[in-house]
Structure formats: structure tokens, C-alpha cells
Design a protein around this ligand. Structure first.
Ligand SMILES: N[C@@H](CCC(=O)N[C@@H](CS)C(=O)NCC(=O)O)C(=O)O
Length: 211
């Protein structure tokens, strides 16, 4: 069996999600760096793998998978243990809604190509771009805190990590890097800190996989 290959960038939060999921599922994999700093995601070679020009992409079981939530769904189907989605449909919907609030409603607004467009095409200075970044984090995290708090345990939902934590931890890492204030989100801070104590999360941290 050939090892799965993850095409990723150490500081990309989407890549960080998939590293966490692979670790939680106990999948042994290799990494191939795609340097966002050098715009390697726009190279012809990489676009042949992922026409979206986004990392990560995962080569596994003879397939090339893209989009983190689709990749994690695949892992969940192929390696059900430990589950990242609760078995009760209502709980599963709740966990997915937390994950999607991050992956669809916070992350894309603050993605590299969006920040680059603000700079290069719209002529926005660093201060304006930082303020854009922090605005969408604040709005998204305030909603996420309200959604998660009533049903949170040690983690965003209950007492074992789910897809919601897999998405939360990289977004918190990203928010800290851009110095977005986090005091108003105690549930998110607690779940992040609990998750980061687990080796599957710690081993996926950008600081651990940096070139
Ligand atoms: N929805 C995509 C998002 C992937 C994504 O946006 N990746 C970022 C890094 S975190 C990227 O490749 N950005 C490159 C760019 O913006 O040019 C997924 O979940 O896989």
C-alpha cells in the first residue's frame, strides 16, 4: 500500500485541518510542501492536481481529493474510528453547522487570495487589510461562541473532539497570528486549549511541521 500524500503548506489553516484529521484517524502519510509564499499553488503542476489552486490536496487510495471537508468526510467513511461526527443525526447536524460556520463563513473571507486582492487590486493598506481580517473573525467567532456554548463540553461539542474542533483549532491559530482579540469567546478558547493538549492536534501544529 502506498502512503497517502498530503500536498500542503505548513501555515495554511485548511491544511492544518487535514493534518489533524489524518492524525486523529491514525493515518500514516507523507507531506509535499506547496509554498504559498512562492505562489506554488498557482504553478501548472499544482493546478493539474487541483484546478482551484488551493491547498491542501490529498492523494489517497489512488485518488486525488480536494476540499478539506470532503477529504475529512472521506476519512470518516474509510476510517470510522474515532468518529469525528456524532452518530445522532441532530448532533451531527449541530457539529457540521459549527464546522461550516468556520470553513464557509470565516475562513474564505480571510484567505490569502482575498487579502492579496484587497491589496493589489483595491489598493488597501496593511491597516485596512488587518481591520478587514479582524472584523470577519470577530463577527464569525461571536456567532460561533453563541452557537457552541449551550452544548459544549471539554470540546466544542461534548467531551471528545469532533469536526468542529478540527476546524476551530487552525482558525484560532490564524486569529492569534493576526492578533485578533479572543477574550470574548471563552468556549472557543477552552475547546482550543483542550484540543491542543492532544497529540493528534499538537503534531499538526504549523510550528511542528514547519520546513
Ligand atoms: N475551501 C477550501 C479552502 C482551501 C484554502 O483556501 N486554502 C488556502 C490556504 S488556507 C489556500 O490555498 N490559499 C491560496 C490562495 O489564496 O491563493 C478547503 O476547505 O479546502
Amino acid at each position: 500500500m502506498t502512503k497517502p500524500v498530503l500536498f500542503d503548506y505548513f501555515r495554511s489553516s485548511a491544511s492544518y485541518r487535514v493534518r489533524i484529521a489524518l492524525n486523529l484517524k491514525g493515518v500514516d502519510y507523507e507531506r509535499r510542501a506547496v509554498s504559498l509564499l512562492d505562489a506554488a499553488q498557482t504553478s501548472a503542476d499544482y493546478l493539474a492536481l487541483n484546478p482551484q489552486g488551493l491547498v491542501p490536496a490529498l492523494e489517497m487510495d489512488g485518488r486525488l481529493l480536494t476540499q478539506t471537508l470532503a477529504i475529512i468526510d472521506y476519512l470518516e467513511a474509510m476510517r470510522p474510528d474515532p468518529p469525528l461526527i456524532p452518530s445522532r443525526p441532530a448532533d451531527a447536524a449541530h457539529v457540521r453547522s459549527l464546522a461550516l460556520a468556520i470553513a464557509c463563513d470565516i475562513h474564505p473571507l480571510n484567505n490569502l487570495r482575498v487579502l492579496k486582492y484587497l491589496k493589489d487590486e483595491l489598493g488597501q493598506e496593511q491597516d485596512a487589510r488587518d481591520s478587514w481580517y479582524r472584523h470577519w473573525v470577530a463577527e464569525g467567532f461571536a456567532a460561533l461562541e453563541a452557537m457552541a456554548a449551550p452544548r459544549a463540553g471539554r470540546f466544542l461539542f461534548g467531551d471528545s473532539p469532533t469536526l468542529a474542533d478540527v476546524c476551530l483549532v487552525p482558525q484560532m491559530f490564524n486569529a492569534r497570528r493576526l492578533e485578533a482579540p479572543l477574550d470574548a469567546y471563552p468556549t472557543l478558547v477552552r475547546a482550543d486549549s483542550e484540543a491542543c493538549r492532544l497529540e493528534a492536534f499538537a503534531a499538526a501544529h504549523p510550528g511542528r511541521v514547519a520546513p
